[in-house]
Unconditional design. Structure first.
Length: 454
């Protein structure tokens, strides 16, 4: 019984453990969440609060640090890292969570400091948090001042260099984009498997499971789920009626335009959404090679194909940076009608779903454009004359998007940009489109359509 009791921890302590795992190991928040929640016997309400606390601190870390700095008698960099985590966790509750009394946030913070550090640290935490609570209650928390880049960086907790990129591209629209990245309670976007059912029937089934569901505002057979919990437990998911995919990724496949009987190569296929969408558009007739360098990810694609009833997808292990013409020839006869190159990227277009992505450094992503170009160049060899090469990323940085395409075209005169048309967005004459969450209500995404000369 004692062992079982030790597993029980509060939502705040669970959140502290997850934030610590991120700080020490750069562990992805969702993976750390799943690990801690599954081992801590949290009930549904505590699990929900844990998620809110972790994501909230990730989204507002710089602002929490700014407030802590105003009232700290020590430089933050000299604090014990776990004490700084406790301060961030507590300040987030005081400043952002109106349903949590300030004294509860303060007392819990002090208790955590006593448990994980020492009485002196607990006293320091108590004094600092009481100051934050006092000024927050009075509406007198200090304002962030300085250059536009600095203010936006602190206010929305994005690295200043990334804020500068947003400003360079969006100008006055940068703040709206940064604000969008810090929204919470986003719906889960799913696509309907129209080979097996209709959107109308899926909505009825989800409603019977107690899920709030709505149609996407402008994309057919796309739905948004609110309060769905564990998606894999829903009857609609188990029956293969839906698969999880953002509208932006679905638009990528629409731009490519696969049709019945086509041969498609999805060069970096995991987790499989674009292969699934292509197979459905093709009416389950033709061939799709879903390629990935990681065998474990291919098994997930195989499971998805089985669940969705998709017969034309063949997962194959392949390194998209290396010539695999012989491997592809074993699986298919001839070159592909369409090659999808959804390349590894910085992921800055999905910050609103994975908040820790914002903390990647310039150095961490410096080698990505070279990798992306190598993949694009390699996959271009598998496109038949007259075929389509579709380049995409889930980032909004020009160096990973337009610059990679420009460099590729400079060295490959057999490909040209081709315009395309998308629902709601209309005609994209340039052949290149960047989707922004605050403009298109999708993930941040880049889509480029190239046609190989006949």
């Amino acid at each position: 019984m004692q062992q079982r009791a030790n597993k029980k921890i509060s939502a705040r302590e669970a959140a502290l453990k997850i934030l610590g795992a991120y700080r020490r190991k750069k562990a992805w928040s969702d993976l750390a969440l799943n690990s801690v929640v599954s081992s801590s016997e949290l009930n549904e309400l505590d699990t929900s609060l844990t998620v809110q606390l972790v994501y909230g601190v990730m989204q507002n870390m710089a602002l929490c640090d700014f407030y802590a700095k105003q009232y700290s008698s020590m430089e933050l960099k000299k604090l014990e890292p776990r004490i700084l985590d406790i301060l961030r966790l507590s300040i987030y509750q005081i400043v952002f969570l109106t349903k949590i009394p300030h004294n509860a946030a303060v007392n819990e913070g002090v208790s955590l400091a006593k448990k994980y550090s020492n009485p002196k640290a607990a006293g320091f935490v108590n004094a600092l948090l009481r100051k934050v609570s006092k000024f927050a209650t009075e509406g007198n928390l200090p304002e962030v001042t300085g250059s536009a880049e600095y203010v936006l960086s602190v206010k929305y907790s994005h690295p200043q260099w990334l804020v500068e990129e947003f400003l360079k591209t969006l100008g006055e629209g940068a703040e709206a984009a940064l604000m969008q990245n810090n929204l919470d309670n986003l719906p889960i976007t799913a696509q309907v498997n129209t080979l097996m059912t209709s959107t109308e029937d899926v909505i009825v089934l989800l409603d019977s499971d107690g899920v709030e569901v709505s149609r996407h505002k402008w994309l057919d057979d796309c739905i948004e789920l609110h309060g769905a919990g564990n998606i894999t437990k829903l009857e609609a998911f188990k029956r293969g009626y839906i698969y999880i995919q953002d509208a932006a990724a679905r638009l990528t496949v629409l731009a490519a335009g696969p049709k019945q009987g086509d041969f498609v190569i999805d060069g970096c296929a995991a987790p499989g959404g674009k292969s699934f969408a292509s197979a459905i558009m093709m009416g389950n007739e033709g061939l799709i090679l879903a390629c990935d360098v990681h065998a474990a990810k291919l098994r997930h694609i195989e499971n998805g194909c089985s669940r969705l009833g998709l017969k034309i997808i063949k997962p194959i292990e392949m390194d998209a940076t290396k010539d695999s013409a012989a491997l592809i020839a074993e699986k298919a006869n001839g070159l592909a009608d369409i090659v999808l190159a959804d390349v590894p990227c910085s992921g800055f277009g999905v910050i609103r779903k994975k908040p820790e992505i914002r903390y990647k450094t310039k150095q961490e992503i410096s080698e990505l454009p070279g990798l992306q170009k190598r993949i694009l160049s390699t996959l271009s060899n598998y496109v038949k004359p007259g075929g389509v090469l579709l380049y995409s990323t889930c980032t909004i940085l020009r160096c990973e998007n337009e610059d990679v395409v420009a460099s590729f075209l400079d060295e490959n005169d057999s490909f040209t940009l081709e315009g395309f048309e998308l629902p709601s967005i209309g005609e994209v004459k340039s052949g290149m489109l960047t989707l922004w969450p605050h403009i298109h209500a999708t993930d941040g995404f880049f889509i480029c359509k190239l046609r190989k000369c006949k």
